[in-house]
Ligand binder design. Structure first.
Ligand SMILES: *[C@@H]1O[C@H](CO)[C@@H](O)[C@H](O)[C@H]1NC(C)=O
Ligand SMILES: *[C@@H]1O[C@H](CO)[C@@H](O)[C@H](O)[C@H]1NC(C)=O
Ligand SMILES: *[C@@H]1O[C@H](CO)[C@@H](O)[C@H](O)[C@H]1NC(C)=O
Ligand SMILES: *[C@@H]1O[C@H](CO)[C@@H](O)[C@H](O)[C@H]1NC(C)=O
Ligand SMILES: *[C@@H]1O[C@H](CO)[C@@H](O)[C@H](O)[C@H]1NC(C)=O
Ligand SMILES: *[C@@H]1O[C@H](CO)[C@@H](O)[C@H](O)[C@H]1NC(C)=O
Ligand SMILES: *[C@@H]1O[C@H](CO)[C@@H](O)[C@H](O)[C@H]1NC(C)=O
Length: 439
């Protein structure tokens, strides 16, 4: 009888555990933007000088230049597309001159090219250029953007209502639109708008924005110079862990093609953004882009890693290099990075110096390398097989502010008698407790 009672009690315990409320469903598994969004954004090239011609031309060039073919699918409109005032009924109105044919016409044409369309708004009273913001109009605006045919919403952080009105803080301010998008998806049966939070990093969005959207800006605005690129890499080096499937640190729009970066700096910019799993949004006038810049944007091996279907995380530093580990330095960010991928371990080596440098690392400095194995090295910029690394590798003559991007794949046991019995002395203890001979 006692054991029967015990059985019943156990079953009740099991039942109670199994029947608990399921965990809150976050944007994490909303089904959209599992991988970093690749596309175009109008801001850096045009600022407020946008109209339907500019947007459609960008879309057409994405197709004709082959960018759509390699994965850039989004054409995202930034600020300044609207009339300054909402309509009498309270809706945002597209600028009647600059978007004369209307937003549905525009998104139809973008979709007909096989692309997706993005729109912009703000979590406060106004956008940064003082067009209508979505505060207290979140559900109305989300519906309008969906009705206009948009797939994606960038949501800025200007004109924050004061405390006595909001009483929610920045997290609560962004939750309002996240909830509106989720409710709209439920009621309309359509996929949710991809939600790109443009909160500039002060309130640590990498800690909370994953609940709400698929990417979050981590820093202030980028500019087309090496100082800006190095500073953004530095800031993001400390939060690299936060990018994974369905949620990405957004390092801001690409400045490739906007002058101000050397070819080597532009390659470093693209490599870091791709391998750290930032969204990749082209921000230049595509009608004048150089072949060299286009070739950077079309590095299909780096794009494949950005879009890795198996591994969601990106590269993270394993050694800072010039500076001691964990030192934040906006001109000299971490230099030695690695990460997992579908096909092997990815290395990113950045030369932060103003002269060429040889960048050396021991393979087991990366946690993703197996001791006692050798690795085939592939250079992801020259697209060449670069021999076999045993114990260590040196990228020679990396140009100033340049990068080496490498994929290392397991090539079997390391050769016998390669050197000391173990790559690391302290990893070489015999079962009797002594250091192996020769270690
Ligand atoms: C659209 O904007 C571009 C760039 O600002 C400008 O050159 C062009 O004249 C505009 N076109 C129309 C139809 O407004
Ligand atoms: C916009 O609305 C404000 C406040 O209602 C009004 O003062 C202003 O004249 C309007 N502007 C335009 C261009 O209609
Ligand atoms: C892995 O290699 C295959 C074959 O080359 C390639 O198609 C795929 O894109 C690679 N995956 C990644 C994440 O690079
Ligand atoms: C950043 O690091 C470089 C290289 O070590 C050093 O020369 C520079 O003084 C550092 N900058 C700051 C602000 O500490
Ligand atoms: C690099 O590894 C090789 C074995 O491939 C070894 O002979 C050499 O001493 C290592 N270099 C350094 C600096 O550890
Ligand atoms: C890989 O080999 C190519 C072709 O020889 C060379 O240009 C490139 O610099 C090498 N890459 C590295 C990182 O050593
Ligand atoms: C421990 O084992 C190693 C390898 O078998 C041997 O060379 C060494 O003499 C042993 N040490 C002791 C203290 O037994």
């Amino acid at each position: 009888m006692a054991s029967f009672a015990l059985l019943i009690t156990s079953l009740l315990v099991v039942w109670t555990v199994l029947s608990r409320e399921p965990p809150v469903v976050h944007a994490l598994d909303s089904g959209v933007a599992k991988l970093p969004v690749l596309g175009y954004n109008t801001w850096n090239a045009y600022h407020c000088d946008i109209n339907e011609t500019v947007v459609l031309q960008a879309a057409q060039l994405m197709v004709s230049l082959g960018l759509a073919d390699v994965g850039y699918k989004h054409v995202n409109i930034d600020d300044c597309y609207a009339e300054k005032n909402r309509s009498a009924s309270g809706d945002i109105v597209a600028d009647k001159e600059r978007f004369a044919a209307g937003m549905n016409d525009l998104t139809d044409k973008i979709h007909a090219m096989g692309l997706k369309a993005g729109i912009y708004s703000d979590s406060g009273w106004f956008t940064c250029q003082l067009y209508p913001g979505s505060y207290q109009n979140e559900a109305r605006d989300a519906k309008l953007f969906q009705d206009w045919g948009f797939d994606y919403l960038k949501f800025d952080n200007c004109a924050v209502p004061y405390d006595a009105i909001i009483r929610e803080g920045i997290v609560g301010k962004y939750k309002r639109m996240a909830d509106a998008i989720a409710d709209l998806a439920k009621s309309s049966g359509k996929p949710p708008l991809i939600f790109s939070l443009c909160e500039w990093g002060e309130e640590q969005p990498w800690l909370w924005a994953r609940r709400f959207g698929q990417s979050w800006r981590t820093t202030g605005d980028i500019s087309p110079d090496w100082g800006s690129i190095a500073s953004i890499i530095n800031q993001n080096s400390f939060i690299a862990w936060a990018s994974d499937f369905y949620g990405h640190n957004d390092m801001d729009i690409l400045e490739i093609g906007n002058g101000g970066l050397t070819h080597d700096e532009a390659k470093t910019h693209f490599t870091a953004w791709a391998l750290m799993k930032s969204p990749l949004l082209i921000g230049t006038d595509l009608s004048t882009i150089s072949d060299a810049d286009l070739a950077i944007l079309k590095n299909t091996e780096l794009l494949a890693l950005s879009q890795d279907p198996v591994v969601g995380t990106g590269v993270a530093p394993f050694r800072w290099g010039i500076n001691p580990d964990w030192v934040s330095n906006s001109t000299h960010p971490a230099q030695f990075w690695s990460g997992e991928s579908q096909n092997g371990t990815v290395f990113m080596l950045i030369n932060t110096l103003d002269e060429p440098a040889d960048l050396f690392f021991s393979l087991t400095e990366s946690p993703w390398i197996r001791a006692g194995r050798q690795y085939a090295v592939r250079d992801l910029w020259t697209h060449t097989a670069n021999g076999t690394a045993v114990r260590n590798f040196t990228a020679r003559g990396v140009p100033p502010h340049g990068v080496a991007a490498l994929l290392l794949t397991d090539a079997g046991d390391e050769p016998p008698d390669v050197g000391p019995p173990c790559a690391r002395r302290e990893w070489c203890i015999d079962r009797n407790g002594t250091l192996a001979p020769g270690a």
